[in-house]
Design a binder for this molecule. Structure first.
Ligand code: BMA
Length: 323
């Protein structure tokens, strides 16, 4: 399939790890139907922490932490769910909590976990803070349904915290950015990245994948695009670059997808043809991206890329995109 670093003539920007899938429900210390869509971060001591979405046989999800020294194997998985729905205090979590994204916020000295809280009202965006991934300080629902695919930026922009998220409106499912002085009151909503139309690979629905990656040239966004086909949906990954001081301004957006379901564990599972990253860590060189993604809603896999290569590819294949 792959020849001279190319697949079917296209450049390969993310390389699948040979040990994929790196985590499945078989590895879990307690009953779990499937594990997928994990958030990722590197702790102060260099340990890679994945906050994994675990689905039980009711179909409800919770989050569970797995820690590894090398980010590939030797995972130490919490013996019990790390963050479970707290339905009594947070009825918005009635049907589970899903698809977390982690951002370390220097100013707070805490990790911010944005996740989808699912209930009768639909999926909305919830936020919790933690220092150790053992106890969490919930901020509750910060974006009402229907909204998901959220992550906080690591520092304030022009004095405000900034949250990327994906509300669904009559006009489609596009990526927005909203600002807050205190992580509680949100406003100054701005459209950031629009789904394209027609036969485009990212027509109808786009959403943030892992949290934004800060580079000297701007914020690098890996986003998923959803193509509806007669056989179901195809979830693929694209890349775009946004202005550092004004993240709603798109500087470059790639025309084609750069990563999509090809391996067997991405092609088949509970929901086939899905590659869905929710987290990344950076290598010691500051350039290597370790991207963690869910395969077919059934496993967790790893692929590596390079910030420099993504920026070069965007220069060659991207164009400014109106917001
Ligand atoms: C999206 C999200 C993801 C899931 C994907 C494919 O809408 O809910 O959690 O991986 O669909 O099923």
């Amino acid at each position: 399939m792959s020849h001279n670093g190319k697949t079917r003539g296209y450049e390969v920007l993310f390389h699948r790890h040979e040990k994929n899938p790196i985590l499945t429900a078989e590895d879990w210390p307690y009953p779990a139907h499937s594990v997928f869509n994990a958030a990722a971060t590197k702790l102060a001591d260099g340990t890679t922490l994945l906050l994994c979405r675990v689905e039980d046989r009711r179909g409800h999800s919770h989050l569970c932490a797995a820690r590894s020294a090398n980010g590939v194997d030797g995972w130490i998985i919490d013996e019990r769910p790390t963050l479970s729905p707290d339905v009594e205090n947070h009825p918005e979590e009635l049907w589970g909590i899903e698809d977390p994204r982690i951002t370390y916020v220097d100013e707070l000295g805490k990790y911010a976990v944005a996740y989808t809280a699912f209930s009768r009202g639909g999926p909305g965006v919830a936020l919790a803070l933690t220092t150790d991934f053992r106890t969490f300080e919930r901020k509750g629902l910060i974006m009402q349904p229907d909204d998901k695919d959220a992550a906080l930026l690591p520092h304030r922009i022009d004095g405000s915290f900034a949250l990327i998220h994906r509300p669904v409106t009559d006009s489609g499912a596009h990526v927005w950015i909203s600002y807050s002085p205190d992580l509680r009151n949100w406003g100054s909503h701005k459209l950031m990245l629009q789904a394209r139309k027609g036969s485009w690979w990212d027509a109808n629905k786009v959403g943030l994948s892992p949290p934004l990656i800060e580079t000297p040239r701007g914020w690098l966004m890996l986003y998923h695009g959803v193509r509806h086909t007669a056989a179901g949906c195809l979830y693929r990954l694209g890349v775009a670059l946004f202005a550092i001081d004004k993240p709603e301004v798109c500087l470059l957006r790639g025309d084609s997808w750069i990563f999509g379901p090809e391996a067997s564990y991405e092609r088949s599972g509970d929901v086939g043809n899905v590659a869905f990253p929710c987290g990344y860590t950076l290598g010691p060189d500051g350039d290597t991206i370790n991207m963690y993604y869910g395969g077919a809603d059934s496993c967790i896999a790893l692929a590596t890329g390079s910030i420099r290569e993504l920026l070069r590819w965007l220069d060659e294949h991207g164009s400014p995109s109106p917001s």
